[in-house]
Design a protein around this ligand. Structure first.
Ligand SMILES: Cc1cc2nc3c(=O)[nH]c(=O)nc-3n(C[C@H](O)[C@H](O)[C@H](O)COP(=O)(O)OP(=O)(O)OC[C@H]3O[C@@H](n4cnc5c(N)ncnc54)[C@H](O)[C@@H]3O)c2cc1C
Length: 550
Protein backbone atom coordinates (compact mmCIF):
# COMPACT_ATOMS: atom_id res chain seq x y z
CA UNK A 1 0.00 0.00 0.00
CA UNK A 2 1.10 3.57 -0.73
CA UNK A 3 1.46 5.79 2.38
CA UNK A 4 1.49 9.57 2.10
CA UNK A 5 5.02 9.79 3.55
CA UNK A 6 6.76 6.86 1.86
CA UNK A 7 6.44 3.65 -0.06
CA UNK A 8 6.75 0.43 1.97
CA UNK A 9 9.38 -1.68 0.27
CA UNK A 10 11.98 -4.37 0.93
CA UNK A 11 9.86 -6.01 3.62
CA UNK A 12 9.82 -9.80 3.47
CA UNK A 13 6.66 -11.76 2.60
CA UNK A 14 5.25 -13.81 5.49
CA UNK A 15 6.38 -17.42 5.34
CA UNK A 16 3.23 -19.51 5.64
CA UNK A 17 1.35 -22.34 3.97
CA UNK A 18 4.55 -24.34 3.79
CA UNK A 19 4.99 -28.07 4.20
CA UNK A 20 7.28 -28.55 7.19
CA UNK A 21 7.96 -32.17 6.25
CA UNK A 22 8.27 -32.19 2.46
CA UNK A 23 10.67 -29.25 2.58
CA UNK A 24 12.93 -30.90 5.20
CA UNK A 25 15.43 -33.12 3.39
CA UNK A 26 17.50 -33.76 6.52
CA UNK A 27 14.44 -35.06 8.35
CA UNK A 28 13.52 -37.31 5.43
CA UNK A 29 17.06 -38.69 5.22
CA UNK A 30 17.07 -39.35 8.94
CA UNK A 31 13.91 -41.44 8.54
CA UNK A 32 15.29 -43.72 5.84
CA UNK A 33 14.61 -46.84 7.90
CA UNK A 34 10.85 -46.18 7.89
CA UNK A 35 8.84 -47.59 4.97
CA UNK A 36 8.82 -44.63 2.65
CA UNK A 37 5.29 -44.62 1.30
CA UNK A 38 3.32 -44.56 4.56
CA UNK A 39 5.88 -42.31 6.24
CA UNK A 40 5.77 -39.67 3.51
CA UNK A 41 2.00 -39.66 3.25
CA UNK A 42 1.33 -39.21 6.95
CA UNK A 43 4.12 -36.80 7.75
CA UNK A 44 3.52 -34.71 4.64
CA UNK A 45 -0.14 -34.33 5.63
CA UNK A 46 0.89 -33.29 9.14
CA UNK A 47 3.64 -31.01 7.80
CA UNK A 48 1.11 -29.21 5.60
CA UNK A 49 -1.37 -28.83 8.47
CA UNK A 50 1.21 -27.47 10.92
CA UNK A 51 2.78 -25.18 8.32
CA UNK A 52 -0.57 -23.70 7.30
CA UNK A 53 -1.24 -20.02 7.90
CA UNK A 54 -4.05 -20.82 10.34
CA UNK A 55 -1.90 -23.14 12.44
CA UNK A 56 0.98 -20.67 12.51
CA UNK A 57 -1.42 -18.01 13.74
CA UNK A 58 -2.44 -20.19 16.69
CA UNK A 59 1.04 -19.84 18.15
CA UNK A 60 0.85 -16.06 18.18
CA UNK A 61 -2.67 -16.13 19.54
CA UNK A 62 -2.01 -18.36 22.54
CA UNK A 63 1.32 -16.79 23.48
CA UNK A 64 0.98 -13.08 22.78
CA UNK A 65 -2.71 -12.30 22.54
CA UNK A 66 -4.55 -14.71 24.84
CA UNK A 67 -2.28 -16.45 27.38
CA UNK A 68 -3.96 -18.50 30.13
CA UNK A 69 -5.67 -16.85 33.10
CA UNK A 70 -6.10 -18.27 36.61
CA UNK A 71 -9.63 -18.25 37.99
CA UNK A 72 -8.90 -19.24 41.59
CA UNK A 73 -12.43 -18.41 42.83
CA UNK A 74 -15.92 -18.36 41.36
CA UNK A 75 -18.05 -15.22 41.55
CA UNK A 76 -19.28 -16.20 45.03
CA UNK A 77 -15.82 -16.67 46.49
CA UNK A 78 -15.68 -20.46 46.34
CA UNK A 79 -12.33 -21.89 45.30
CA UNK A 80 -12.43 -23.39 41.83
CA UNK A 81 -8.68 -23.41 41.04
CA UNK A 82 -9.25 -23.37 37.32
CA UNK A 83 -7.15 -22.04 34.47
CA UNK A 84 -9.00 -20.61 31.47
CA UNK A 85 -7.45 -20.98 28.02
CA UNK A 86 -8.10 -19.53 24.61
CA UNK A 87 -9.80 -21.76 22.04
CA UNK A 88 -6.48 -21.83 20.17
CA UNK A 89 -4.88 -23.74 23.05
CA UNK A 90 -7.53 -26.43 22.81
CA UNK A 91 -7.11 -26.54 19.04
CA UNK A 92 -3.41 -27.26 19.55
CA UNK A 93 -4.05 -30.00 22.10
CA UNK A 94 -6.72 -31.47 19.82
CA UNK A 95 -4.17 -31.65 17.00
CA UNK A 96 -1.59 -33.35 19.27
CA UNK A 97 -4.15 -35.86 20.36
CA UNK A 98 -5.35 -36.60 16.83
CA UNK A 99 -1.75 -37.38 15.90
CA UNK A 100 -1.37 -39.62 18.98
CA UNK A 101 1.47 -37.53 20.42
CA UNK A 102 0.35 -38.04 24.04
CA UNK A 103 0.62 -41.84 24.14
CA UNK A 104 0.32 -43.60 20.77
CA UNK A 105 3.90 -44.87 20.52
CA UNK A 106 3.59 -46.79 23.82
CA UNK A 107 0.43 -48.55 22.70
CA UNK A 108 0.98 -48.98 18.95
CA UNK A 109 2.84 -52.08 17.96
CA UNK A 110 5.47 -51.42 15.32
CA UNK A 111 9.21 -51.41 15.26
CA UNK A 112 9.69 -47.68 14.84
CA UNK A 113 6.77 -46.17 16.70
CA UNK A 114 8.93 -43.82 18.79
CA UNK A 115 10.99 -42.75 15.80
CA UNK A 116 7.82 -41.90 13.87
CA UNK A 117 6.43 -40.04 16.85
CA UNK A 118 9.68 -38.04 17.18
CA UNK A 119 9.42 -36.94 13.55
CA UNK A 120 5.83 -35.78 14.04
CA UNK A 121 6.62 -34.12 17.37
CA UNK A 122 9.49 -32.30 15.70
CA UNK A 123 6.96 -30.81 13.24
CA UNK A 124 4.67 -29.65 16.05
CA UNK A 125 7.64 -28.25 17.97
CA UNK A 126 8.48 -25.87 15.17
CA UNK A 127 5.35 -23.85 15.65
CA UNK A 128 4.15 -23.80 19.28
CA UNK A 129 6.13 -24.98 22.29
CA UNK A 130 3.93 -24.24 25.32
CA UNK A 131 1.24 -26.73 24.41
CA UNK A 132 3.91 -29.43 24.09
CA UNK A 133 4.42 -29.39 27.86
CA UNK A 134 1.23 -31.20 28.99
CA UNK A 135 1.32 -33.52 25.98
CA UNK A 136 4.94 -34.46 26.65
CA UNK A 137 4.28 -35.02 30.36
CA UNK A 138 1.29 -37.26 29.56
CA UNK A 139 3.43 -39.22 27.10
CA UNK A 140 6.25 -39.58 29.60
CA UNK A 141 3.92 -40.70 32.41
CA UNK A 142 2.70 -43.74 30.46
CA UNK A 143 5.67 -46.09 31.13
CA UNK A 144 5.52 -45.23 34.85
CA UNK A 145 1.77 -45.82 35.05
CA UNK A 146 2.02 -49.00 32.98
CA UNK A 147 3.79 -50.64 35.93
CA UNK A 148 0.73 -50.08 38.17
CA UNK A 149 -1.57 -52.67 36.63
CA UNK A 150 -4.83 -51.90 38.46
CA UNK A 151 -4.54 -48.15 38.04
CA UNK A 152 -3.37 -48.46 34.46
CA UNK A 153 -6.31 -50.62 33.43
CA UNK A 154 -8.62 -47.75 34.37
CA UNK A 155 -6.47 -45.05 32.81
CA UNK A 156 -5.26 -46.66 29.58
CA UNK A 157 -8.33 -45.90 27.43
CA UNK A 158 -8.27 -42.24 28.54
CA UNK A 159 -4.54 -41.90 27.92
CA UNK A 160 -4.86 -43.44 24.51
CA UNK A 161 -8.05 -41.63 23.40
CA UNK A 162 -7.64 -39.48 20.32
CA UNK A 163 -9.97 -36.70 21.52
CA UNK A 164 -8.94 -33.79 23.71
CA UNK A 165 -11.43 -33.50 26.57
CA UNK A 166 -10.90 -30.13 28.28
CA UNK A 167 -13.77 -30.48 30.73
CA UNK A 168 -12.90 -30.08 34.41
CA UNK A 169 -14.62 -33.25 35.63
CA UNK A 170 -13.82 -36.38 37.66
CA UNK A 171 -11.92 -38.94 35.59
CA UNK A 172 -14.74 -41.47 35.17
CA UNK A 173 -16.76 -38.80 33.36
CA UNK A 174 -13.98 -37.87 30.95
CA UNK A 175 -13.19 -39.27 27.53
CA UNK A 176 -9.47 -38.58 27.75
CA UNK A 177 -6.92 -37.40 30.29
CA UNK A 178 -3.66 -35.46 30.65
CA UNK A 179 -0.95 -36.08 33.27
CA UNK A 180 1.62 -33.63 34.68
CA UNK A 181 4.51 -33.92 37.14
CA UNK A 182 5.25 -32.17 40.43
CA UNK A 183 8.77 -32.37 41.87
CA UNK A 184 10.28 -28.90 42.29
CA UNK A 185 9.80 -27.12 45.63
CA UNK A 186 10.92 -23.68 46.77
CA UNK A 187 14.02 -24.93 48.55
CA UNK A 188 15.31 -27.02 45.65
CA UNK A 189 14.55 -28.46 42.23
CA UNK A 190 17.79 -30.15 41.24
CA UNK A 191 18.32 -31.57 44.72
CA UNK A 192 15.03 -33.39 45.06
CA UNK A 193 16.13 -34.91 48.36
CA UNK A 194 15.27 -31.53 49.88
CA UNK A 195 11.54 -32.06 49.10
CA UNK A 196 9.45 -31.34 52.19
CA UNK A 197 5.91 -32.27 51.07
CA UNK A 198 4.70 -35.12 53.26
CA UNK A 199 2.24 -37.98 52.63
CA UNK A 200 0.33 -39.85 55.36
CA UNK A 201 -1.36 -43.19 54.64
CA UNK A 202 -5.13 -43.10 54.90
CA UNK A 203 -5.11 -46.72 56.12
CA UNK A 204 -2.55 -49.27 54.91
CA UNK A 205 0.82 -48.00 53.69
CA UNK A 206 2.76 -48.92 50.56
CA UNK A 207 2.47 -49.24 46.79
CA UNK A 208 -1.06 -48.82 45.46
CA UNK A 209 -2.38 -47.44 48.76
CA UNK A 210 -4.11 -44.08 49.32
CA UNK A 211 -2.34 -41.20 51.09
CA UNK A 212 -3.02 -37.58 52.01
CA UNK A 213 -0.38 -35.08 50.87
CA UNK A 214 0.45 -31.80 52.60
CA UNK A 215 2.97 -29.29 51.28
CA UNK A 216 3.63 -27.43 48.05
CA UNK A 217 5.24 -27.42 44.61
CA UNK A 218 6.96 -24.26 43.41
CA UNK A 219 6.71 -25.19 39.75
CA UNK A 220 3.68 -27.21 38.67
CA UNK A 221 3.09 -26.86 34.95
CA UNK A 222 -0.29 -27.51 33.42
CA UNK A 223 -2.32 -27.67 36.64
CA UNK A 224 -5.44 -28.40 34.58
CA UNK A 225 -4.08 -31.88 33.87
CA UNK A 226 -6.39 -34.58 35.20
CA UNK A 227 -3.63 -35.91 37.43
CA UNK A 228 0.00 -35.30 38.35
CA UNK A 229 2.76 -37.62 39.46
CA UNK A 230 4.01 -35.93 42.62
CA UNK A 231 6.96 -36.55 44.94
CA UNK A 232 6.24 -36.52 48.68
CA UNK A 233 7.94 -37.85 51.77
CA UNK A 234 6.70 -40.89 53.74
CA UNK A 235 8.22 -42.80 56.65
CA UNK A 236 10.46 -44.61 54.13
CA UNK A 237 11.61 -41.52 52.26
CA UNK A 238 10.59 -39.81 49.03
CA UNK A 239 7.83 -41.66 47.20
CA UNK A 240 5.82 -41.02 44.06
CA UNK A 241 2.06 -40.41 44.06
CA UNK A 242 -0.66 -40.27 41.44
CA UNK A 243 -2.62 -37.16 42.51
CA UNK A 244 -5.82 -36.66 40.48
CA UNK A 245 -7.60 -33.34 40.11
CA UNK A 246 -10.77 -34.92 41.51
CA UNK A 247 -10.96 -37.44 44.35
CA UNK A 248 -12.54 -40.87 43.75
CA UNK A 249 -15.62 -39.73 45.74
CA UNK A 250 -16.28 -37.05 43.09
CA UNK A 251 -15.14 -34.05 45.14
CA UNK A 252 -12.39 -31.66 44.00
CA UNK A 253 -8.96 -32.70 45.27
CA UNK A 254 -7.21 -30.15 47.51
CA UNK A 255 -4.56 -29.01 45.03
CA UNK A 256 -4.76 -25.25 45.42
CA UNK A 257 -3.40 -23.15 42.57
CA UNK A 258 -1.76 -20.16 44.24
CA UNK A 259 -0.48 -18.27 41.24
CA UNK A 260 0.56 -18.63 37.59
CA UNK A 261 4.19 -17.91 36.82
CA UNK A 262 4.90 -14.76 34.80
CA UNK A 263 7.51 -16.25 32.46
CA UNK A 264 10.07 -15.21 29.88
CA UNK A 265 8.62 -17.59 27.29
CA UNK A 266 6.38 -20.63 27.10
CA UNK A 267 3.63 -18.18 27.86
CA UNK A 268 0.80 -20.24 26.44
CA UNK A 269 1.50 -22.90 29.07
CA UNK A 270 0.12 -22.31 32.55
CA UNK A 271 3.01 -23.04 34.90
CA UNK A 272 1.74 -22.62 38.42
CA UNK A 273 2.57 -22.72 42.12
CA UNK A 274 0.38 -25.09 44.13
CA UNK A 275 -0.25 -26.17 47.69
CA UNK A 276 -1.57 -29.55 48.80
CA UNK A 277 -3.95 -29.48 51.74
CA UNK A 278 -4.47 -33.16 52.52
CA UNK A 279 -4.62 -33.84 48.80
CA UNK A 280 -5.58 -37.41 47.98
CA UNK A 281 -2.98 -39.53 46.15
CA UNK A 282 -2.18 -43.16 45.34
CA UNK A 283 1.35 -44.40 45.82
CA UNK A 284 3.00 -45.35 42.52
CA UNK A 285 6.13 -47.52 42.56
CA UNK A 286 7.85 -48.71 45.71
CA UNK A 287 7.72 -46.66 48.89
CA UNK A 288 10.94 -44.68 49.32
CA UNK A 289 11.82 -45.11 45.60
CA UNK A 290 10.07 -41.96 44.42
CA UNK A 291 13.06 -40.42 42.69
CA UNK A 292 13.92 -43.44 40.50
CA UNK A 293 10.19 -43.86 39.76
CA UNK A 294 9.70 -40.31 38.55
CA UNK A 295 13.12 -40.14 36.87
CA UNK A 296 11.89 -42.76 34.44
CA UNK A 297 9.32 -40.17 33.37
CA UNK A 298 12.05 -37.52 33.22
CA UNK A 299 14.17 -39.58 30.78
CA UNK A 300 11.32 -39.36 28.29
CA UNK A 301 10.60 -35.67 28.91
CA UNK A 302 14.33 -34.98 28.41
CA UNK A 303 14.20 -36.63 25.00
CA UNK A 304 11.24 -34.40 24.20
CA UNK A 305 13.31 -31.38 25.28
CA UNK A 306 15.89 -32.43 22.68
CA UNK A 307 13.18 -32.84 20.03
CA UNK A 308 11.64 -29.48 20.98
CA UNK A 309 14.99 -27.66 20.83
CA UNK A 310 15.92 -29.24 17.49
CA UNK A 311 12.50 -28.12 16.24
CA UNK A 312 13.05 -24.53 17.41
CA UNK A 313 16.37 -24.55 15.55
CA UNK A 314 14.80 -25.88 12.38
CA UNK A 315 12.06 -23.29 12.28
CA UNK A 316 14.39 -20.44 13.18
CA UNK A 317 16.68 -21.60 10.35
CA UNK A 318 13.92 -21.76 7.76
CA UNK A 319 12.65 -18.33 8.75
CA UNK A 320 16.19 -16.93 8.60
CA UNK A 321 16.94 -18.35 5.13
CA UNK A 322 13.58 -17.18 3.81
CA UNK A 323 14.25 -13.71 5.13
CA UNK A 324 17.76 -13.60 3.69
CA UNK A 325 16.50 -14.64 0.26
CA UNK A 326 14.07 -11.74 0.11
CA UNK A 327 15.68 -8.92 2.04
CA UNK A 328 18.06 -6.72 0.06
CA UNK A 329 20.99 -4.86 1.59
CA UNK A 330 23.63 -2.97 -0.35
CA UNK A 331 21.93 -3.92 -3.61
CA UNK A 332 21.83 -7.70 -3.16
CA UNK A 333 19.74 -10.25 -1.26
CA UNK A 334 21.29 -10.94 2.14
CA UNK A 335 21.71 -14.59 1.21
CA UNK A 336 24.16 -13.59 -1.52
CA UNK A 337 26.36 -11.62 0.85
CA UNK A 338 29.34 -13.93 1.58
CA UNK A 339 29.39 -13.34 5.33
CA UNK A 340 25.64 -13.84 5.73
CA UNK A 341 25.87 -17.01 3.67
CA UNK A 342 28.57 -18.31 6.01
CA UNK A 343 26.32 -17.61 9.02
CA UNK A 344 23.31 -19.30 7.45
CA UNK A 345 25.27 -22.33 6.24
CA UNK A 346 26.78 -22.76 9.69
CA UNK A 347 23.29 -22.61 11.25
CA UNK A 348 22.03 -25.11 8.67
CA UNK A 349 24.78 -27.59 9.59
CA UNK A 350 23.94 -27.24 13.27
CA UNK A 351 20.25 -27.74 12.62
CA UNK A 352 20.80 -30.84 10.50
CA UNK A 353 23.10 -32.39 13.12
CA UNK A 354 20.50 -31.66 15.82
CA UNK A 355 17.79 -33.26 13.69
CA UNK A 356 19.77 -36.48 13.22
CA UNK A 357 20.67 -36.63 16.88
CA UNK A 358 17.10 -36.24 18.11
CA UNK A 359 15.86 -38.92 15.69
CA UNK A 360 18.60 -41.36 16.67
CA UNK A 361 18.04 -40.74 20.37
CA UNK A 362 14.25 -41.13 20.18
CA UNK A 363 14.64 -44.34 18.14
CA UNK A 364 16.37 -45.99 21.11
CA UNK A 365 13.01 -45.99 22.88
CA UNK A 366 11.91 -48.47 20.22
CA UNK A 367 14.53 -51.04 21.31
CA UNK A 368 15.11 -50.57 25.05
CA UNK A 369 16.17 -54.23 25.52
CA UNK A 370 19.17 -53.80 23.20
CA UNK A 371 22.29 -52.97 25.31
CA UNK A 372 23.50 -50.35 22.83
CA UNK A 373 20.11 -48.63 22.78
CA UNK A 374 20.00 -48.72 26.58
CA UNK A 375 23.38 -46.98 26.61
CA UNK A 376 22.06 -44.36 24.22
CA UNK A 377 19.11 -43.73 26.49
CA UNK A 378 21.06 -43.64 29.72
CA UNK A 379 24.24 -41.81 28.66
CA UNK A 380 23.29 -39.77 25.62
CA UNK A 381 19.89 -38.54 26.81
CA UNK A 382 21.39 -36.20 29.44
CA UNK A 383 24.32 -35.32 27.14
CA UNK A 384 21.99 -34.40 24.27
CA UNK A 385 19.60 -32.56 26.60
CA UNK A 386 22.55 -30.49 27.83
CA UNK A 387 24.07 -29.75 24.44
CA UNK A 388 21.15 -29.35 22.04
CA UNK A 389 19.08 -27.24 24.44
CA UNK A 390 22.05 -24.93 25.01
CA UNK A 391 22.85 -24.72 21.29
CA UNK A 392 19.24 -23.74 20.63
CA UNK A 393 19.61 -20.63 22.81
CA UNK A 394 22.53 -19.30 20.79
CA UNK A 395 21.02 -20.53 17.56
CA UNK A 396 17.68 -18.78 17.90
CA UNK A 397 19.49 -15.57 18.89
CA UNK A 398 21.63 -15.72 15.76
CA UNK A 399 18.65 -16.53 13.54
CA UNK A 400 16.73 -13.64 15.10
CA UNK A 401 19.61 -11.33 14.17
CA UNK A 402 19.33 -12.40 10.53
CA UNK A 403 15.96 -10.63 10.61
CA UNK A 404 17.61 -7.49 12.00
CA UNK A 405 15.30 -5.30 14.06
CA UNK A 406 12.20 -7.08 12.77
CA UNK A 407 13.47 -10.20 14.50
CA UNK A 408 13.37 -8.52 17.88
CA UNK A 409 9.75 -7.43 17.78
CA UNK A 410 6.81 -9.63 18.62
CA UNK A 411 4.98 -9.26 15.33
CA UNK A 412 7.05 -12.06 13.80
CA UNK A 413 7.95 -15.50 15.17
CA UNK A 414 11.67 -14.90 15.82
CA UNK A 415 11.33 -13.22 19.22
CA UNK A 416 9.05 -16.00 20.42
CA UNK A 417 11.39 -18.74 19.19
CA UNK A 418 14.24 -17.03 21.04
CA UNK A 419 12.24 -16.70 24.28
CA UNK A 420 11.19 -20.35 24.03
CA UNK A 421 14.70 -21.70 23.81
CA UNK A 422 16.09 -21.39 27.39
CA UNK A 423 13.34 -23.28 29.17
CA UNK A 424 14.28 -26.61 27.60
CA UNK A 425 17.73 -26.13 29.06
CA UNK A 426 16.43 -25.34 32.56
CA UNK A 427 13.53 -27.68 33.23
CA UNK A 428 13.78 -31.44 33.51
CA UNK A 429 17.33 -31.00 34.80
CA UNK A 430 19.46 -27.94 34.06
CA UNK A 431 22.76 -27.99 32.13
CA UNK A 432 25.09 -28.81 35.02
CA UNK A 433 22.74 -31.41 36.41
CA UNK A 434 22.56 -33.08 33.00
CA UNK A 435 26.34 -33.06 32.62
CA UNK A 436 26.79 -34.58 36.08
CA UNK A 437 24.18 -37.17 35.16
CA UNK A 438 26.33 -38.17 32.18
CA UNK A 439 29.16 -38.95 34.62
CA UNK A 440 26.79 -40.90 36.87
CA UNK A 441 25.49 -42.90 33.91
CA UNK A 442 29.01 -43.78 32.78
CA UNK A 443 29.92 -44.88 36.30
CA UNK A 444 26.74 -46.95 36.76
CA UNK A 445 26.73 -48.54 33.28
CA UNK A 446 30.39 -49.07 32.35
CA UNK A 447 29.65 -51.94 29.93
CA UNK A 448 26.99 -49.97 28.09
CA UNK A 449 29.27 -46.97 27.85
CA UNK A 450 32.15 -49.13 26.56
CA UNK A 451 29.82 -50.53 23.89
CA UNK A 452 28.79 -47.04 22.90
CA UNK A 453 32.41 -45.90 22.65
CA UNK A 454 33.31 -48.98 20.59
CA UNK A 455 30.62 -48.29 18.03
CA UNK A 456 31.78 -44.68 17.81
CA UNK A 457 35.44 -45.64 17.45
CA UNK A 458 34.64 -47.92 14.52
CA UNK A 459 33.31 -44.91 12.59
CA UNK A 460 35.99 -42.54 13.85
CA UNK A 461 38.97 -44.47 12.51
CA UNK A 462 38.85 -42.84 9.06
CA UNK A 463 38.87 -39.32 10.49
CA UNK A 464 41.95 -38.36 12.54
CA UNK A 465 40.26 -35.41 14.27
CA UNK A 466 37.31 -37.59 15.24
CA UNK A 467 39.64 -40.30 16.50
CA UNK A 468 41.46 -37.63 18.56
CA UNK A 469 38.17 -36.49 20.09
CA UNK A 470 37.35 -40.10 20.90
CA UNK A 471 40.71 -40.42 22.70
CA UNK A 472 40.07 -37.16 24.58
CA UNK A 473 36.82 -38.54 25.99
CA UNK A 474 38.68 -41.62 27.20
CA UNK A 475 41.40 -39.49 28.78
CA UNK A 476 38.88 -37.23 30.53
CA UNK A 477 37.43 -40.24 32.29
CA UNK A 478 40.79 -40.93 33.90
CA UNK A 479 40.79 -37.55 35.68
CA UNK A 480 40.58 -37.40 39.48
CA UNK A 481 36.93 -37.22 40.65
CA UNK A 482 36.81 -33.52 41.45
CA UNK A 483 38.59 -32.57 38.23
CA UNK A 484 36.31 -34.88 36.29
CA UNK A 485 33.26 -33.19 37.82
CA UNK A 486 34.48 -29.74 36.80
CA UNK A 487 35.03 -31.11 33.27
CA UNK A 488 31.58 -32.67 33.02
CA UNK A 489 30.23 -30.12 30.54
CA UNK A 490 33.26 -30.62 28.30
CA UNK A 491 32.76 -34.37 28.40
CA UNK A 492 29.04 -34.11 27.60
CA UNK A 493 29.83 -31.75 24.73
CA UNK A 494 32.53 -34.06 23.34
CA UNK A 495 30.27 -37.09 23.53
CA UNK A 496 27.54 -35.32 21.62
CA UNK A 497 29.96 -34.03 19.00
CA UNK A 498 31.31 -37.54 18.51
CA UNK A 499 27.87 -38.96 17.78
CA UNK A 500 26.75 -35.95 15.76
CA UNK A 501 29.82 -36.29 13.50
CA UNK A 502 28.99 -39.94 12.98
CA UNK A 503 25.36 -39.22 12.26
CA UNK A 504 26.29 -36.51 9.77
CA UNK A 505 28.64 -38.94 7.99
CA UNK A 506 25.82 -41.48 7.80
CA UNK A 507 22.96 -39.20 6.82
CA UNK A 508 24.11 -35.95 5.21
CA UNK A 509 25.63 -35.44 1.74
CA UNK A 510 29.42 -35.89 1.96
CA UNK A 511 30.44 -32.21 1.54
CA UNK A 512 28.08 -31.22 4.34
CA UNK A 513 29.31 -33.93 6.64
CA UNK A 514 32.90 -32.92 5.91
CA UNK A 515 32.08 -29.25 6.60
CA UNK A 516 30.47 -30.24 9.91
CA UNK A 517 33.45 -32.32 10.98
CA UNK A 518 35.99 -29.75 9.83
CA UNK A 519 34.31 -26.94 11.75
CA UNK A 520 33.09 -28.71 14.89
CA UNK A 521 36.34 -30.58 15.47
CA UNK A 522 38.50 -27.50 14.86
CA UNK A 523 39.21 -25.68 18.12
CA UNK A 524 39.82 -22.46 16.15
CA UNK A 525 36.25 -22.54 14.80
CA UNK A 526 34.97 -21.53 18.21
CA UNK A 527 31.27 -21.59 18.87
CA UNK A 528 30.15 -18.43 17.13
CA UNK A 529 28.02 -19.20 14.09
CA UNK A 530 29.48 -17.92 10.86
CA UNK A 531 33.11 -18.93 11.28
CA UNK A 532 32.53 -21.80 8.86
CA UNK A 533 35.42 -22.46 6.48
CA UNK A 534 33.65 -23.92 3.45
CA UNK A 535 33.72 -22.95 -0.21
CA UNK A 536 30.98 -20.76 -1.55
CA UNK A 537 29.68 -23.69 -3.62
CA UNK A 538 29.44 -25.92 -0.55
CA UNK A 539 27.69 -23.17 1.41
CA UNK A 540 25.25 -22.73 -1.44
CA UNK A 541 24.55 -26.47 -1.53
CA UNK A 542 24.04 -26.52 2.24
CA UNK A 543 21.46 -23.73 2.02
CA UNK A 544 19.68 -25.30 -0.92
CA UNK A 545 19.33 -28.54 1.05
CA UNK A 546 18.24 -26.71 4.20
CA UNK A 547 15.46 -24.74 2.51
CA UNK A 548 14.99 -25.59 -1.16
CA UNK A 549 14.41 -22.37 -3.06
CA UNK A 550 11.51 -23.77 -5.08
C1 LIG B 1 8.59 -22.77 32.97
C2 LIG B 1 8.96 -23.81 33.94
C3 LIG B 1 8.08 -24.84 34.19
C4 LIG B 1 8.41 -25.84 35.10
N1 LIG B 1 7.52 -26.86 35.32
C5 LIG B 1 7.80 -27.79 36.25
C6 LIG B 1 6.87 -28.82 36.56
O1 LIG B 1 5.81 -28.92 35.96
N2 LIG B 1 7.17 -29.69 37.53
C7 LIG B 1 8.34 -29.63 38.22
O2 LIG B 1 8.56 -30.45 39.10
N3 LIG B 1 9.25 -28.66 37.96
C8 LIG B 1 9.01 -27.75 36.99
N4 LIG B 1 9.93 -26.76 36.71
C9 LIG B 1 11.09 -26.64 37.57
C10 LIG B 1 12.41 -27.04 36.94
O3 LIG B 1 12.46 -28.41 36.70
C11 LIG B 1 13.51 -26.56 37.92
O4 LIG B 1 13.51 -25.15 37.89
C12 LIG B 1 14.88 -27.09 37.56
O5 LIG B 1 14.92 -28.48 37.74
C13 LIG B 1 15.98 -26.44 38.39
O6 LIG B 1 15.67 -26.45 39.76
P1 LIG B 1 15.73 -25.10 40.62
O7 LIG B 1 14.93 -24.07 39.90
O8 LIG B 1 15.34 -25.41 42.00
O9 LIG B 1 17.24 -24.65 40.55
P2 LIG B 1 18.44 -25.18 41.46
O10 LIG B 1 18.24 -26.62 41.77
O11 LIG B 1 18.63 -24.24 42.57
O12 LIG B 1 19.65 -25.05 40.44
C14 LIG B 1 20.20 -23.79 40.08
C15 LIG B 1 21.40 -24.02 39.17
O13 LIG B 1 22.39 -24.76 39.87
C16 LIG B 1 22.83 -25.83 39.08
N5 LIG B 1 23.23 -26.94 39.95
C17 LIG B 1 22.45 -27.66 40.78
N6 LIG B 1 23.17 -28.61 41.38
C18 LIG B 1 24.45 -28.48 40.96
C19 LIG B 1 25.68 -29.16 41.23
N7 LIG B 1 25.72 -30.20 42.06
N8 LIG B 1 26.79 -28.74 40.59
C20 LIG B 1 26.76 -27.70 39.73
N9 LIG B 1 25.64 -27.03 39.44
C21 LIG B 1 24.49 -27.41 40.05
C22 LIG B 1 21.66 -26.19 38.17
O14 LIG B 1 22.11 -26.83 36.97
C23 LIG B 1 21.07 -24.82 37.91
O15 LIG B 1 21.73 -24.23 36.81
C24 LIG B 1 9.64 -25.78 35.77
C25 LIG B 1 10.54 -24.74 35.51
C26 LIG B 1 10.21 -23.78 34.60
C27 LIG B 1 11.18 -22.67 34.33
Amino acid sequence: MQWPTHEVSNQVPVLQDINLYSSDLALQDGLRMLPREGRDRELAALGAEIGSASFLELADRVNRLYPPVLEAFDRFGNRIDRVEFDAGWHALLTAHRRAGMQAGAWFAPGADAHLSRAAAWFLFGQVESGSMCPTTMTFAAVPVLQKESTLFRALAPKLQASVHDARDLPLPQKQSMMVGMGMTEKQGGSDLRSNSTVARPLAAAGRGEAYLLTGHKWFFSAPMCDAHLVLARTAQGLSCFFVPRWRPDGSKNAVLIQRLKDKLGNRSNSSSEVEFLDAWGLMVGEEGRGIPTIIEMATVTRIDCVIGSAALMRHALVQAIHHARHRLAFGKPLEQQPLMRAVLADLALESEAATHLMLRLASSLDRPEDPLERAWLRVLTPAAKFWICKRAIEFTGEAMEVWGGNGYVETGPMARLYREAPVNSIWEGSGNVMSLDVLRAIEKEPEGFALLMDTISAGAAAHPALAALHRRVGEALRLAPQELESNARRLAQDLVLLVQCQLMLQNAPAPMAEAFLASRLDAAHGRIYGALQASSAVQQAILERAWPSN
